[in-house]
Design a protein around this ligand. Structure first.
Ligand SMILES: [Zn+2]
Length: 71
């Protein structure tokens, strides 16, 4: 489901960019969008809260893994 746009942060080059916020398999997570700068899929919706960014990273690491496997 499309939820508008959100800010993502790339874990490879630290680029912050806006991209469509698409629901990841009916969860609170968003589908990671490829970085426009380096093309990496290793991106996380960027929160202003450092704690939630740390929490997200462990979740998104498993999402990236399953996305890599599907390519
Ligand atoms: Zn990047």
């Amino acid at each position: 489901m499309y939820r508008g746009t959100t800010r993502f942060k790339c874990t490879e080059c630290a680029e912050i960019f806006k991209a469509p916020d698409i629901e990841y398999m009916a969860t609170m997570m968003s589908v990671p969008q490829p970085c426009p700068h380096c093309g990496s899929i290793g991106t996380i919706p960027h929160s202003i809260l450092p704690f939630s960014n740390m929490f997200n990273k462990s979740i998104y690491e498993s999402i990236w893994k399953s996305m890599e496997e599907r390519r």
